[in-house]
Design a protein around this ligand. Structure first.
Ligand code: CP
Ligand code: NVA
Length: 290
């Protein structure tokens, strides 16, 4: 049966822990067994990307495969061809399909009709590949992620949702601090707070994402005003556990959701986190195509 990764909820706790172990092995030996062996993987980008494109492209290459990067605006998808027909055609040529798009309904339709694994490379609702890399970064910092607490501070968006779902499955306590109107829905998991200091108490990691996600540009001013008290700075980091680290999925806007001093400071693991996208995604591809 074809397995997909749309939200992360498709994975069991055991699979997530095994994936993290495997990702660490792949980080040590990047080109060990090449599971894709000459096969191709389609990577569709309907939104901008730096890290996701780079890490899927290089990761597929390291697994012995050929990445076929497709820009949404160059595909017939942009002229009305359905996700269903796109899935039927792509499935004849590639061993997996990654897609970064807007509405989750698009990736759901693609997955319903694809006969190869479909991987969510970010939708408005979810960013599960980011959450896997985040867990890998926690594992590197603390040895085991089970029992850790991560405090996400900011908009209750796709990144927060995936942390709550995937982190929750892996046994990480996820606390989300957001202003009224920007909360993550309770069904995603984790705990909700309005006070960022309350959320970070005892946290092993504090986590920032942009205040204005792709697609939210029209409400940028009101978002920046509402989220102003939700910046990660040295004082907030000091209020977390003594060995706490700072994380950010990037791209960062220094001075908005994170200060320069935290972004480039001694306690950040943000640049490792960006590297870990590749290792975690390679382990994911191995799991899904094997
Ligand atoms: N974190 C992340 O997904 O970065 P990109 O948007 O650059 O891919
Ligand atoms: N929440 C952000 C994440 C970017 C990687 C967005 O969707 O734009």
């Amino acid at each position: 049966m074809t397995r997909h990764l749309l939200t992360g909820a498709e994975l069991s706790a055991d699979e997530i822990h095994a994936l993290l172990d495997r990702a660490l092995e792949l980080k040590r030996e990047p080109s060990q067994p090449q599971v894709l062996g000459g096969r191709s993987v389609a990577l569709i980008f309907e939104k901008p990307s730096t890290r996701t494109r780079l890490t899927f492209d290089t990761g597929v290459h390291e697994l012995g495969g050929h990445p076929v990067v497709l820009r949404g605006d160059e595909m017939q998808l942009s002229r009305g061809e359905s996700p269903r027909d796109t899935a039927l055609v792509l499935s004849r040529h590639v061993s997996a399909i990654g897609i970064r798009t807007g509405a989750d309904a698009i990736i759901e339709e693609l997955a319903e009709h694809a006969t190869v694994p479909v991987i969510n490379m970010l939708t408005a609702g979810h960013h599960p590949c980011q959450a896997l890399a985040d867990l890998l970064t926690l594992k590197e910092a603390f040895g085991d992620v089970r029992g850790l607490k991560l405090a996400y501070v900011g908009d209750g968006n796709n990144v927060a949702r995936s942390l709550a779902i995937v982190g929750g499955l892996a046994g990480v306590e996820i606390a989300v601090a957001s202003p009224p109107g920007y909360e993550l829905e309770p069904e995603a998991g984790g705990t909700r707070h309005t006070d960022p200091y309350e959320a970070v108490a005892g946290a092993h990691a504090i986590y920032a994402d942009v205040w204005v996600s792709m697609g939210d540009e029209e409400t940028a001013d009101e978002r920046r005003a509402a989220l102003e008290p939700y910046r990660i700075d040295d004082a907030l980091l000091e209020a977390a556990a003594p060995d706490a680290i700072a994380l950010h999925c990037l791209p960062a806007h220094p001075g908005e959701e994170i200060t320069e001093s935290v972004l480039y400071g001694e306690r950040q693991r943000i640049w490792d986190q960006a590297e870990n996208r590749r290792h975690a995604q390679k382990a994911l591809i191995e799991l899904l195509v094997s």
